[in-house]
Design a protein around this ligand. Structure first.
Ligand SMILES: *Cc1c(COP(=O)(O)O)cnc(C)c1O
Length: 431
Protein backbone atom coordinates (compact mmCIF):
# COMPACT_ATOMS: atom_id res chain seq x y z
CA UNK A 1 0.00 0.00 0.00
CA UNK A 2 1.52 3.26 -1.17
CA UNK A 3 1.07 6.37 0.97
CA UNK A 4 3.44 8.73 -0.78
CA UNK A 5 0.98 11.41 -1.89
CA UNK A 6 -0.87 11.47 1.44
CA UNK A 7 2.47 12.00 3.14
CA UNK A 8 3.29 14.88 0.78
CA UNK A 9 -0.08 16.54 1.38
CA UNK A 10 0.38 16.11 5.10
CA UNK A 11 3.74 17.90 5.00
CA UNK A 12 2.03 20.82 3.22
CA UNK A 13 -1.00 20.78 5.51
CA UNK A 14 0.98 21.07 8.75
CA UNK A 15 2.33 24.41 7.53
CA UNK A 16 -1.18 25.88 7.61
CA UNK A 17 -3.40 23.87 9.93
CA UNK A 18 -2.50 22.91 13.50
CA UNK A 19 -1.48 19.27 13.23
CA UNK A 20 -2.39 19.40 9.54
CA UNK A 21 -6.06 18.87 10.35
CA UNK A 22 -9.27 20.86 10.73
CA UNK A 23 -10.57 18.64 13.52
CA UNK A 24 -8.25 16.87 15.96
CA UNK A 25 -10.03 13.50 15.64
CA UNK A 26 -8.62 13.25 12.11
CA UNK A 27 -5.03 13.30 13.31
CA UNK A 28 -3.44 9.88 13.55
CA UNK A 29 -0.83 10.76 16.15
CA UNK A 30 -2.27 8.38 18.75
CA UNK A 31 -1.88 5.47 16.38
CA UNK A 32 1.55 6.53 15.15
CA UNK A 33 0.53 7.31 11.58
CA UNK A 34 -0.14 10.35 9.43
CA UNK A 35 -3.66 11.05 8.12
CA UNK A 36 -4.77 9.70 4.77
CA UNK A 37 -5.89 12.37 2.34
CA UNK A 38 -9.16 11.39 0.73
CA UNK A 39 -9.94 12.12 -2.90
CA UNK A 40 -13.42 10.68 -3.33
CA UNK A 41 -15.88 8.17 -1.94
CA UNK A 42 -18.68 6.05 -3.30
CA UNK A 43 -21.03 3.54 -1.69
CA UNK A 44 -19.13 1.91 1.17
CA UNK A 45 -15.72 2.77 -0.29
CA UNK A 46 -13.42 5.68 0.35
CA UNK A 47 -10.39 6.37 -1.90
CA UNK A 48 -7.21 8.18 -0.92
CA UNK A 49 -4.99 10.35 -3.11
CA UNK A 50 -2.62 7.42 -3.67
CA UNK A 51 -5.43 5.42 -5.25
CA UNK A 52 -5.94 3.04 -2.31
CA UNK A 53 -9.51 1.87 -1.66
CA UNK A 54 -10.90 1.25 1.81
CA UNK A 55 -14.19 -0.03 3.17
CA UNK A 56 -15.31 2.95 5.21
CA UNK A 57 -16.61 2.43 8.76
CA UNK A 58 -16.10 6.07 9.80
CA UNK A 59 -18.89 7.29 7.52
CA UNK A 60 -17.81 10.90 8.16
CA UNK A 61 -18.26 10.17 11.90
CA UNK A 62 -21.91 9.30 11.50
CA UNK A 63 -23.75 11.24 8.78
CA UNK A 64 -23.37 8.73 5.96
CA UNK A 65 -26.01 6.19 6.97
CA UNK A 66 -26.82 5.80 3.25
CA UNK A 67 -23.16 5.45 2.28
CA UNK A 68 -21.32 7.87 0.03
CA UNK A 69 -22.60 9.60 -3.09
CA UNK A 70 -26.24 8.54 -2.77
CA UNK A 71 -27.76 9.82 -6.02
CA UNK A 72 -31.01 11.01 -4.40
CA UNK A 73 -28.98 13.35 -2.16
CA UNK A 74 -26.49 14.48 -4.78
CA UNK A 75 -29.25 15.38 -7.25
CA UNK A 76 -31.24 17.27 -4.61
CA UNK A 77 -28.16 19.29 -3.71
CA UNK A 78 -27.31 20.01 -7.35
CA UNK A 79 -30.87 21.17 -8.09
CA UNK A 80 -30.82 23.48 -5.09
CA UNK A 81 -27.39 24.90 -5.97
CA UNK A 82 -28.73 25.92 -9.37
CA UNK A 83 -31.20 28.21 -7.61
CA UNK A 84 -28.68 29.86 -5.30
CA UNK A 85 -26.46 28.87 -2.40
CA UNK A 86 -27.82 31.11 0.32
CA UNK A 87 -30.42 33.82 0.73
CA UNK A 88 -30.29 34.55 4.44
CA UNK A 89 -34.07 34.45 4.24
CA UNK A 90 -37.00 32.11 4.80
CA UNK A 91 -37.58 29.32 2.29
CA UNK A 92 -39.95 26.36 1.90
CA UNK A 93 -37.26 23.73 2.49
CA UNK A 94 -36.94 24.72 6.14
CA UNK A 95 -40.59 23.90 6.72
CA UNK A 96 -40.40 20.62 4.84
CA UNK A 97 -37.39 19.50 6.87
CA UNK A 98 -39.05 20.56 10.13
CA UNK A 99 -42.17 18.58 9.20
CA UNK A 100 -40.20 15.43 8.44
CA UNK A 101 -38.21 15.72 11.67
CA UNK A 102 -41.33 16.22 13.75
CA UNK A 103 -43.14 13.34 12.05
CA UNK A 104 -40.30 11.06 13.13
CA UNK A 105 -39.48 12.67 16.49
CA UNK A 106 -42.81 14.06 17.78
CA UNK A 107 -41.26 15.38 21.01
CA UNK A 108 -39.62 18.12 18.91
CA UNK A 109 -42.77 20.24 18.87
CA UNK A 110 -40.75 23.30 17.84
CA UNK A 111 -37.22 23.39 16.52
CA UNK A 112 -34.40 25.53 15.19
CA UNK A 113 -31.94 24.73 12.42
CA UNK A 114 -28.28 25.59 13.05
CA UNK A 115 -24.94 24.66 11.50
CA UNK A 116 -23.18 22.22 13.81
CA UNK A 117 -23.83 19.89 16.70
CA UNK A 118 -21.71 22.12 18.91
CA UNK A 119 -23.89 25.10 18.13
CA UNK A 120 -27.10 23.13 18.62
CA UNK A 121 -26.07 21.83 22.06
CA UNK A 122 -24.79 25.22 23.16
CA UNK A 123 -28.12 26.79 22.15
CA UNK A 124 -30.26 24.08 23.75
CA UNK A 125 -28.43 24.52 27.05
CA UNK A 126 -28.94 28.28 26.88
CA UNK A 127 -32.66 27.79 26.27
CA UNK A 128 -32.92 25.35 29.18
CA UNK A 129 -31.25 27.94 31.41
CA UNK A 130 -33.50 30.71 30.16
CA UNK A 131 -36.58 28.58 30.66
CA UNK A 132 -35.75 27.42 34.19
CA UNK A 133 -33.96 30.55 35.36
CA UNK A 134 -31.28 28.22 36.77
CA UNK A 135 -27.54 28.04 36.02
CA UNK A 136 -26.19 24.58 36.72
CA UNK A 137 -26.02 21.74 34.24
CA UNK A 138 -25.28 18.05 34.68
CA UNK A 139 -23.25 16.16 32.11
CA UNK A 140 -21.69 12.72 32.14
CA UNK A 141 -18.02 11.83 32.06
CA UNK A 142 -17.14 10.51 28.63
CA UNK A 143 -20.15 12.06 26.88
CA UNK A 144 -19.20 14.57 24.18
CA UNK A 145 -21.50 17.48 23.42
CA UNK A 146 -19.36 19.60 21.12
CA UNK A 147 -16.59 22.01 22.02
CA UNK A 148 -18.44 24.93 23.60
CA UNK A 149 -16.76 26.24 26.77
CA UNK A 150 -19.14 24.98 29.44
CA UNK A 151 -19.33 21.47 28.04
CA UNK A 152 -15.65 20.70 27.54
CA UNK A 153 -15.37 18.93 30.84
CA UNK A 154 -15.20 15.26 31.49
CA UNK A 155 -12.36 14.54 33.85
CA UNK A 156 -11.36 16.38 36.96
CA UNK A 157 -11.74 15.41 40.54
CA UNK A 158 -14.61 15.71 42.90
CA UNK A 159 -17.95 14.79 41.38
CA UNK A 160 -19.78 16.93 43.85
CA UNK A 161 -17.73 20.05 43.33
CA UNK A 162 -17.31 22.34 40.35
CA UNK A 163 -15.29 20.87 37.53
CA UNK A 164 -12.02 21.64 35.82
CA UNK A 165 -12.06 22.39 32.09
CA UNK A 166 -10.61 19.79 29.73
CA UNK A 167 -9.02 22.36 27.48
CA UNK A 168 -6.73 25.32 27.93
CA UNK A 169 -8.35 28.67 27.20
CA UNK A 170 -11.47 28.06 29.25
CA UNK A 171 -11.69 30.14 32.43
CA UNK A 172 -12.75 28.03 35.40
CA UNK A 173 -15.70 30.36 35.84
CA UNK A 174 -17.14 29.04 32.58
CA UNK A 175 -17.35 25.50 33.88
CA UNK A 176 -18.12 26.10 37.55
CA UNK A 177 -21.77 25.45 36.77
CA UNK A 178 -21.02 22.17 35.00
CA UNK A 179 -21.56 19.19 37.30
CA UNK A 180 -20.17 15.80 36.33
CA UNK A 181 -21.94 12.50 36.83
CA UNK A 182 -20.87 8.97 35.96
CA UNK A 183 -22.59 7.26 33.05
CA UNK A 184 -24.74 4.32 34.14
CA UNK A 185 -24.28 5.31 37.79
CA UNK A 186 -27.60 6.34 39.33
CA UNK A 187 -26.06 7.22 42.65
CA UNK A 188 -23.70 9.79 41.11
CA UNK A 189 -26.73 11.53 39.60
CA UNK A 190 -28.78 11.28 42.76
CA UNK A 191 -25.98 12.83 44.84
CA UNK A 192 -25.78 15.85 42.53
CA UNK A 193 -29.53 16.37 42.55
CA UNK A 194 -29.77 16.00 46.31
CA UNK A 195 -27.17 18.71 46.72
CA UNK A 196 -27.95 21.07 43.82
CA UNK A 197 -31.32 19.87 42.50
CA UNK A 198 -33.16 23.17 42.57
CA UNK A 199 -30.31 24.96 40.78
CA UNK A 200 -29.95 22.43 37.94
CA UNK A 201 -31.31 23.84 34.67
CA UNK A 202 -30.61 20.81 32.55
CA UNK A 203 -29.22 17.32 32.49
CA UNK A 204 -27.71 16.53 29.12
CA UNK A 205 -26.91 12.99 28.06
CA UNK A 206 -26.05 10.89 25.04
CA UNK A 207 -28.88 8.36 25.45
CA UNK A 208 -26.49 5.79 24.02
CA UNK A 209 -22.99 7.07 24.53
CA UNK A 210 -20.77 6.80 21.47
CA UNK A 211 -17.91 9.17 22.23
CA UNK A 212 -16.00 7.03 24.72
CA UNK A 213 -16.47 4.18 22.34
CA UNK A 214 -19.99 2.78 22.26
CA UNK A 215 -21.42 2.50 25.78
CA UNK A 216 -25.14 1.71 25.86
CA UNK A 217 -27.26 2.73 28.84
CA UNK A 218 -27.87 0.03 31.42
CA UNK A 219 -31.44 -1.18 31.70
CA UNK A 220 -33.45 1.36 33.69
CA UNK A 221 -30.77 4.06 33.67
CA UNK A 222 -32.49 6.43 31.23
CA UNK A 223 -35.80 5.84 32.99
CA UNK A 224 -34.15 6.88 36.23
CA UNK A 225 -32.68 9.99 34.58
CA UNK A 226 -36.11 10.88 33.18
CA UNK A 227 -37.72 10.47 36.61
CA UNK A 228 -35.23 12.49 38.64
CA UNK A 229 -35.18 15.40 36.16
CA UNK A 230 -38.98 15.49 36.24
CA UNK A 231 -38.93 15.48 40.02
CA UNK A 232 -36.64 18.53 40.17
CA UNK A 233 -38.11 20.46 37.23
CA UNK A 234 -34.85 20.05 35.31
CA UNK A 235 -34.92 20.06 31.50
CA UNK A 236 -33.78 16.69 30.14
CA UNK A 237 -31.80 17.08 26.92
CA UNK A 238 -31.04 14.05 24.77
CA UNK A 239 -27.99 14.74 22.63
CA UNK A 240 -29.00 12.63 19.65
CA UNK A 241 -26.39 14.05 17.28
CA UNK A 242 -25.19 10.48 16.66
CA UNK A 243 -28.24 8.40 17.63
CA UNK A 244 -30.87 10.50 15.82
CA UNK A 245 -32.05 8.66 12.68
CA UNK A 246 -29.38 6.06 13.50
CA UNK A 247 -30.72 3.81 16.28
CA UNK A 248 -34.18 4.09 14.73
CA UNK A 249 -36.17 6.51 12.59
CA UNK A 250 -37.26 8.14 15.84
CA UNK A 251 -33.76 8.12 17.32
CA UNK A 252 -32.79 6.82 20.74
CA UNK A 253 -35.97 8.17 22.31
CA UNK A 254 -38.02 5.81 20.18
CA UNK A 255 -35.49 2.99 20.51
CA UNK A 256 -35.58 3.15 24.33
CA UNK A 257 -39.17 4.49 24.60
CA UNK A 258 -38.18 7.50 26.68
CA UNK A 259 -39.15 11.04 25.83
CA UNK A 260 -36.83 13.94 26.73
CA UNK A 261 -37.87 17.59 27.03
CA UNK A 262 -35.39 18.72 24.39
CA UNK A 263 -33.46 16.96 21.63
CA UNK A 264 -30.35 17.86 19.68
CA UNK A 265 -29.75 16.42 16.21
CA UNK A 266 -26.78 16.63 13.85
CA UNK A 267 -24.77 14.36 11.57
CA UNK A 268 -27.41 12.25 9.72
CA UNK A 269 -30.01 15.05 9.74
CA UNK A 270 -27.74 17.10 7.45
CA UNK A 271 -27.15 14.27 4.99
CA UNK A 272 -23.43 15.13 4.81
CA UNK A 273 -23.83 18.92 4.86
CA UNK A 274 -23.25 21.23 7.86
CA UNK A 275 -26.65 21.21 9.55
CA UNK A 276 -27.87 20.52 13.07
CA UNK A 277 -31.10 21.01 14.95
CA UNK A 278 -32.29 21.65 18.47
CA UNK A 279 -35.86 21.58 19.64
CA UNK A 280 -38.37 20.23 22.10
CA UNK A 281 -41.48 21.11 23.98
CA UNK A 282 -43.29 24.18 22.68
CA UNK A 283 -43.47 25.50 26.21
CA UNK A 284 -39.66 25.56 26.34
CA UNK A 285 -38.90 26.50 22.73
CA UNK A 286 -41.07 29.58 22.88
CA UNK A 287 -38.35 31.15 24.99
CA UNK A 288 -36.22 31.42 21.83
CA UNK A 289 -35.96 34.85 20.15
CA UNK A 290 -37.86 36.50 18.56
CA UNK A 291 -40.73 34.74 20.37
CA UNK A 292 -38.90 34.85 23.70
CA UNK A 293 -35.82 36.44 25.17
CA UNK A 294 -33.19 33.70 24.73
CA UNK A 295 -31.07 34.96 21.86
CA UNK A 296 -29.73 32.60 19.21
CA UNK A 297 -29.08 33.44 15.56
CA UNK A 298 -27.12 32.35 12.47
CA UNK A 299 -26.22 33.86 9.08
CA UNK A 300 -26.26 30.48 7.34
CA UNK A 301 -28.83 28.74 9.58
CA UNK A 302 -31.30 26.77 7.48
CA UNK A 303 -28.99 27.03 4.49
CA UNK A 304 -31.00 25.79 1.48
CA UNK A 305 -28.27 23.47 0.18
CA UNK A 306 -27.76 21.80 3.55
CA UNK A 307 -31.51 21.60 4.09
CA UNK A 308 -32.04 19.87 0.73
CA UNK A 309 -29.43 17.25 1.61
CA UNK A 310 -31.20 16.68 4.93
CA UNK A 311 -34.63 16.38 3.32
CA UNK A 312 -33.37 13.92 0.69
CA UNK A 313 -31.71 11.76 3.36
CA UNK A 314 -34.68 11.67 5.72
CA UNK A 315 -37.13 11.05 2.88
CA UNK A 316 -35.02 8.11 1.73
CA UNK A 317 -34.98 6.70 5.27
CA UNK A 318 -38.76 7.10 5.53
CA UNK A 319 -39.23 5.23 2.27
CA UNK A 320 -36.89 2.42 3.32
CA UNK A 321 -37.64 1.63 6.97
CA UNK A 322 -36.05 -1.81 6.50
CA UNK A 323 -32.64 -0.08 6.50
CA UNK A 324 -32.51 -0.20 10.29
CA UNK A 325 -32.79 -3.98 10.62
CA UNK A 326 -30.32 -4.32 7.76
CA UNK A 327 -27.57 -2.17 9.30
CA UNK A 328 -28.16 -3.69 12.74
CA UNK A 329 -27.72 -7.18 11.32
CA UNK A 330 -24.50 -6.25 9.53
CA UNK A 331 -23.15 -4.57 12.66
CA UNK A 332 -23.96 -7.73 14.63
CA UNK A 333 -22.05 -9.80 12.07
CA UNK A 334 -18.96 -7.66 12.70
CA UNK A 335 -19.50 -7.66 16.46
CA UNK A 336 -19.71 -11.43 16.50
CA UNK A 337 -16.45 -11.68 14.55
CA UNK A 338 -14.84 -9.74 17.42
CA UNK A 339 -16.55 -11.91 20.02
CA UNK A 340 -15.45 -15.11 18.31
CA UNK A 341 -11.89 -13.80 18.57
CA UNK A 342 -12.45 -13.45 22.31
CA UNK A 343 -12.68 -9.67 22.20
CA UNK A 344 -14.79 -7.32 24.26
CA UNK A 345 -17.27 -5.52 22.04
CA UNK A 346 -20.15 -3.14 22.73
CA UNK A 347 -22.84 -2.83 20.08
CA UNK A 348 -26.07 -0.90 19.95
CA UNK A 349 -27.86 -0.93 16.61
CA UNK A 350 -25.42 -0.05 13.84
CA UNK A 351 -22.85 1.39 16.28
CA UNK A 352 -20.07 -0.74 17.71
CA UNK A 353 -16.69 -0.54 19.42
CA UNK A 354 -14.17 -3.25 20.22
CA UNK A 355 -12.42 -2.45 23.50
CA UNK A 356 -8.92 -3.71 24.22
CA UNK A 357 -9.71 -4.51 27.84
CA UNK A 358 -11.16 -7.62 29.47
CA UNK A 359 -13.40 -5.68 31.80
CA UNK A 360 -16.87 -4.84 30.53
CA UNK A 361 -17.07 -1.18 29.53
CA UNK A 362 -19.98 0.67 31.10
CA UNK A 363 -18.57 4.16 31.70
CA UNK A 364 -15.63 6.51 31.15
CA UNK A 365 -13.36 4.89 33.77
CA UNK A 366 -13.83 1.37 32.43
CA UNK A 367 -13.37 2.59 28.83
CA UNK A 368 -10.07 4.17 29.83
CA UNK A 369 -8.72 0.79 30.98
CA UNK A 370 -8.33 -0.07 27.28
CA UNK A 371 -4.85 -0.73 25.96
CA UNK A 372 -4.47 1.97 23.32
CA UNK A 373 -1.15 0.53 22.09
CA UNK A 374 -2.91 -2.71 21.23
CA UNK A 375 -5.59 -0.68 19.50
CA UNK A 376 -2.94 1.17 17.45
CA UNK A 377 -1.57 -2.15 16.22
CA UNK A 378 -5.06 -3.34 15.30
CA UNK A 379 -5.76 -0.03 13.54
CA UNK A 380 -2.64 -0.35 11.39
CA UNK A 381 -3.62 -3.89 10.37
CA UNK A 382 -7.13 -2.80 9.41
CA UNK A 383 -5.86 0.13 7.33
CA UNK A 384 -3.21 -2.00 5.65
CA UNK A 385 -5.93 -4.49 4.76
CA UNK A 386 -8.18 -1.85 3.25
CA UNK A 387 -10.53 -1.19 6.16
CA UNK A 388 -10.94 2.42 7.24
CA UNK A 389 -11.80 2.87 10.92
CA UNK A 390 -11.37 5.84 13.26
CA UNK A 391 -7.79 6.26 14.55
CA UNK A 392 -8.88 6.06 18.18
CA UNK A 393 -9.99 3.43 20.65
CA UNK A 394 -12.72 5.75 21.86
CA UNK A 395 -14.83 6.00 18.72
CA UNK A 396 -17.59 3.96 17.12
CA UNK A 397 -17.60 1.95 13.92
CA UNK A 398 -20.58 3.09 11.83
CA UNK A 399 -22.39 0.67 9.54
CA UNK A 400 -24.32 2.08 6.59
CA UNK A 401 -26.84 0.53 4.23
CA UNK A 402 -24.21 0.84 1.49
CA UNK A 403 -22.00 -1.77 3.16
CA UNK A 404 -22.27 -4.80 0.92
CA UNK A 405 -22.58 -8.30 2.29
CA UNK A 406 -19.33 -9.17 0.55
CA UNK A 407 -17.46 -6.28 2.20
CA UNK A 408 -18.89 -7.06 5.62
CA UNK A 409 -17.79 -10.68 5.24
CA UNK A 410 -14.34 -9.54 4.14
CA UNK A 411 -14.17 -7.25 7.19
CA UNK A 412 -15.04 -10.17 9.48
CA UNK A 413 -12.37 -12.24 7.78
CA UNK A 414 -9.70 -9.56 8.36
CA UNK A 415 -10.74 -9.30 12.01
CA UNK A 416 -10.48 -13.07 12.47
CA UNK A 417 -7.09 -13.19 10.80
CA UNK A 418 -5.73 -10.34 12.92
CA UNK A 419 -6.69 -11.93 16.20
CA UNK A 420 -5.46 -15.33 14.98
CA UNK A 421 -2.02 -13.70 14.71
CA UNK A 422 -1.81 -13.53 10.93
CA UNK A 423 0.35 -10.50 10.23
CA UNK A 424 0.38 -10.63 6.43
CA UNK A 425 -1.69 -7.88 4.79
CA UNK A 426 -3.78 -9.04 1.89
CA UNK A 427 -5.80 -7.28 -0.73
CA UNK A 428 -9.04 -8.99 -1.70
CA UNK A 429 -9.70 -9.71 -5.35
CA UNK A 430 -12.68 -7.35 -5.56
CA UNK A 431 -10.78 -4.22 -4.47
C1 LIG B 1 -20.43 15.06 16.90
C2 LIG B 1 -21.16 15.33 18.14
C3 LIG B 1 -21.42 16.63 18.58
C4 LIG B 1 -20.84 17.85 17.93
O1 LIG B 1 -21.27 18.01 16.63
P1 LIG B 1 -20.37 18.93 15.63
O2 LIG B 1 -21.22 19.02 14.41
O3 LIG B 1 -19.09 18.17 15.43
O4 LIG B 1 -20.15 20.23 16.30
C5 LIG B 1 -22.24 16.79 19.69
N1 LIG B 1 -22.75 15.74 20.34
C6 LIG B 1 -22.51 14.47 19.95
C7 LIG B 1 -23.12 13.35 20.71
C8 LIG B 1 -21.68 14.22 18.87
O5 LIG B 1 -21.38 12.97 18.54
Amino acid sequence: MNGEKSEQYYQRAVRFMPGGVNSPVRACKNVGRTPLFIERAEGDRIYDVDGNAYIDYVCSWGPNILGHGKQEIIQAVKNTCDKGLTFGACHAGEIELAEIIQRNIPSMEMLRLVNSGTEAVMSAVRVARGYTGRNKIVKFEGCYHGHSDGLLVKGGSGLLTGSIPDSAGIPEGYTENTLLARYNDEKSVEDLFRKYGNDIATLIIEPCSANMGVVPPKKGFLKFVRKITEQYGTVLIFDEVITGFRLSSGGAQQYYSLIPDMTVLGKIVGGGMPLAVYGGKREIMQYVAPLGNVYQAGTLSGNPVAVSAGIATLKYLEKHPDIYSDIDRKAEKIASAFRKAGMNVNREGSLLTVFFTDKSVTDYDSARLSDTKKFADFYAYMIDNGIYIAPSQFEAMFVSCAHTEEDVDYTCDVISRYFAGDSVPSTPAHF
